[in-house]
Design a protein around this ligand. Structure first.
Ligand SMILES: NC(=O)c1ccc[n+]([C@@H]2O[C@H](COP(=O)([O-])OP(=O)(O)OC[C@H]3O[C@@H](n4cnc5c(N)ncnc54)[C@H](OP(=O)(O)O)[C@@H]3O)[C@@H](O)[C@H]2O)c1
Length: 261
């Protein structure tokens, strides 16, 4: 299947590892031009080596001027800005009583203000050119909150709403905005040392293996996703082939959120 991504100018926010890096790798395989964005320069440099033809930009996606800077850098380097993947994000295993006001505000900045400023800056320019794809990476816990981290669930629910609101505004102008909602994925966020799996094991007083088995058993497919399984869906939604998908919130969660719509 020709995805029509060759030569397209793409930005992957949170592109230095995990789901973002897997997405960038696939976009580069399709001969797209990719700008990787994250905070850490070292991670970006290593990621760019895995993505032939990519470039990188180090910044914090929650900075007030991040949206404008990403748009101008992408257009300066590639001459256009056709595809945006809003993927930067993070979480932790933190019960409600331990979540601080700063934790709540950080999730708001990461999932709402950052993506909103970027979409607000780029969507009108995509509309002028008559083509654009925007994919917001949310979470199954944005559709159905979990107690793992309530601030994260609420932030992702808000990002779903943001995604739908931009989709309504821009669908008729050739700019298609959609969301992808992964369930648990075996990236560093969960699996890395001190990551969410270790945090959960500690909280429950069980081993890492027991925590993984318990979490996996909550997923009908009975395992965590690989990052490529999420990236494949994101890349399809970025493609010319997804020309009749707008305002969707596709679950890629192994059946975790049990709804029929
Ligand atoms: N893994 C899962 O189970 C899962 C499930 C559902 C949804 N998701 C969502 O999927 C997305 C990617 O998750 P992942 O598992 O791939 O995470 P990850 O492996 O921790 O990667 C996160 C990426 O985002 C970047 N990032 C984080 N904060 C940033 C900031 N303030 N500004 C710019 N970049 C930032 C990180 O780079 P730097 O740290 O260098 O900035 C990194 O490139 C997130 O939105 C996450 O909420 C993940």
């Amino acid at each position: 299947m020709n995805l029509g991504l060759a030569g397209k100018a793409c930005v992957v926010n949170g592109g230095s590892r995990g789901i973002g890096l897997a997405t960038a790798r696939m976009l580069c395989e399709e001969k797209a031009k990719v700008l990787l964005v994250a905070r850490g320069e070292e991670g970006l440099r290593a990621a760019a080596e895995e993505c032939p033809g990519s470039e990188w930009l180090a910044l914090d996606a929650t900075d007030p001027d991040a949206g404008e800077r990403i748009v101008s850098e992408c257009e300066r380097r590639f001459g256009s800005f056709d595809v945006l993947v809003n993927n930067s994000g993070t979480s932790s295993v933190t019960p409600l009583e331990d979540l601080t006001d700063d934790d709540w505000e950080e999730q708001w900045r990461l999932n709402v203000m950052g993506p909103m400023r970027l979409m607000r800056a780029v969507a009108p320019r995509m509309a002028e050119r008559g083509f654009g794809r925007i994919v917001n990476v949310v979470s199954s816990s944005g559709k159905r909150p979990t107690g793992t981290n309530m601030a994260y669930s609420v932030g992702k629910a808000a990002q779903l709403s943001l995604s739908r609101a931009f989709a309504d505004l821009y669908a008729s102008k050739g700019v298609l905005v959609n969301a992808v909602a992964p369930g648990p994925v075996s990236t560093d966020l969960w699996m890395g040392e001190g990551g969410m799996l270790d945090q959960l094991a500690k909280l429950r007083g069980v081993s890492r293996e027991e925590a993984l088995e318990a979490q996996s058993s909550r997923v009908p497919i009975n395992r965590y996703a690989t990052e490529d399984e999420i990236a494949s869906v994101i890349v399809f939604l970025c493609s010319e082939r997804a020309s009749y998908v707008a305002g969707a919130a596709w679950s890629v969660d192994g059946g975790t959120v049990q709804v029929i719509i």
